[in-house]
Design a protein around this ligand. Structure first.
Ligand SMILES: C[S@@+](CC[C@H](N)C(=O)[O-])C[C@H]1O[C@@H](n2cnc3c(N)ncnc32)[C@H](O)[C@@H]1O
Length: 321
């Protein structure tokens, strides 16, 4: 795991992260819909509210990307200094293919951007690991296989657990007769027990090595893919974009698949942070990129505030009735 340069070890970095999370757990412990019921605003340090209420729109935008005024209360400055110290810088800018999907493909701009960004990364990774075949788990309607074939001529196996999506992927495939032999779909709901089944299916496809991938591999599916990767010896590389962490399967005292790494398991148990790293915390990882807050207009701030607080008001009324 890469950590900001000023930390000697991952352990030291994570210990500071846990201290921060412990101190400010009131910020993220309640679901958005419960901020009024749980009186989250009462837990703000009293000197923050008058300062925050007086910010201009530009100052609010700057604050949300970590630029805090010297006139801010010291406790708020300290909060942002800690965030800035722990903040990660992504190692490199991800390149993006200019591939155009057909107009009637029904893809949102966001999804197009994700596919166009993930495909070059898969291609680069396959180059380094000598993979000429791709297993796309949770392939959905098969947009990623389409680009991987059209742009780079990979052969792809798309595995999809939902029968309707599997059928739609097959129907879409029929429009492109050129890729019949190169892109194949199977309907299979992948679990920890799928190793044997996937091994059997892939036997039909000649390959040097395979790369296993998943775009928006929801919640536990990402962890299942990681496990399969460790078991399937013909898979020499892995490119995965997990999502929906808040939907991870819960157990009596936490989550089945969080944390995943042994180091994180050990450190979280030692520090006791799992007591408050619950579903609302995991939901934070599904929020928009922080840069997206830096240029918001007053109207956009108001719309965002309303979409969060109206639901909180409804919950408050429902609970008090
Ligand atoms: C968020 S969608 C992403 C679809 C596609 N990868 C994309 O980005 O367009 C997740 C897909 O994974 C499928 N899925 C979820 N769990 C699965 C499992 N255990 N086995 C196979 N498919 C699964 C869902 O049916 C869905 O199509």
């Amino acid at each position: 795991m890469a950590v900001p340069g000023r930390y000697d070890t991952v352990e030291k970095y994570l210990e500071e992260v846990f201290d921060f999370l412990k101190t400010y757990q009131w910020v993220f412990s309640s679901p958005n819909t419960y901020v009024l019921v749980n009186k989250v605003f009462d837990q703000f340090p009293s000197e923050w509210l008058p300062f925050l209420s007086d910010l201009s729109n530009d100052e609010l935008n700057e604050l949300s990307v970590g630029v805090v005024s010297v006139h801010a209360p010291p406790s708020l400055q300290s909060f942002f200094q800690k965030i800035n110290k722990l903040r990660f810088t992504l190692p490199k800018k991800i390149s993006c293919e200019d591939f155009k999907f057909p107009n009637n493909s029904g893809l949102s701009n966001k999804k197009q951007h994700e596919i166009q960004s993930l495909a070059p990364l898969i291609h680069e990774t396959c180059g380094r690991s000598d993979c000429d075949f791709i297993v796309d788990v949770g392939t959905g309607l098969g947009y990623l296989p389409r680009l991987l074939y059209d742009k780079y001529k990979y052969r792809v196996l798309g595995i999809e657990g939902c029968p309707q999506k599997f059928n739609l992927a097959k129907t879409k495939q029929k429009k492109y007769s050129d890729s019949d032999a190169a892109i194949n779909y199977v309907e299979h709901f992948v679990t920890n027990e799928s190793e044997h089944h996937i091994r059997q299916i892939t036997k039909a496809f000649p390959m040097k090595h395979a790369c296993i991938t998943g775009l928006h591999a929801c919640a536990d599916l990402s962890v299942i893919i990681l496990e399969l990767f460790t078991k399937l010896e013909f898979c020499k590389s892995l490119v995965i974009m997990p999502c929906c962490y808040h939907r991870l399967k819960q157990t009596e005292d936490g989550f089945e698949n969080f944390p995943v790494s042994n180091l994180l398991k050990e450190l979280t148990t030692k520090s006791g942070v799992l007591r408050f790293l619950k579903t609302p915390f995991l939901r934070l990882a599904c929020q928009g990129f922080v840069g997206g807050f830096g240029n918001m207009t007053p109207e956009e701030h108001l719309a965002r505030t309303n979409s969060c607080l109206f639901r909180a008001v409804l919950e408050d009324v429902a609970q008090s009735g």
